[in-house]
Write a protein that binds this ligand. Sequence first.
Ligand SMILES: [Zn+2]
Ligand SMILES: [Zn+2]
Length: 103
Amino acid sequence: MSTLTKQRCRLHGHREAVARCPECEKFFCRECVTEHDGRVICQPCLTELLQEDVKERSPIWGRIGGILGAGAGFMLAWWVFYMIGRVLLSIPSMFHDGTIFKH
Ligand SMILES: [Zn+2]
Ligand SMILES: [Zn+2]
């Protein structure tokens, strides 16, 4: 009944197709499809998808993300040290204001 049984693999004309690629909507045999991100897609589309993944993580975006990450880390570290410095500076003045160093 299924139209799938009448279909042949795009790459192996003699083999019956078992799956239809949701990306290119072509039919493929079991050997030509791979599960990727919960979907069964054909090898050519998988290769394309993986290349797109690489493109998405292009050096420019990676670099911007790295710079932002490093900048945020630096700012956080700077803020922490600044606050520690302020606390350390405030302690002696508290002693000065107190009775310990009274003139
Ligand atoms: Zn495909
Ligand atoms: Zn095949």
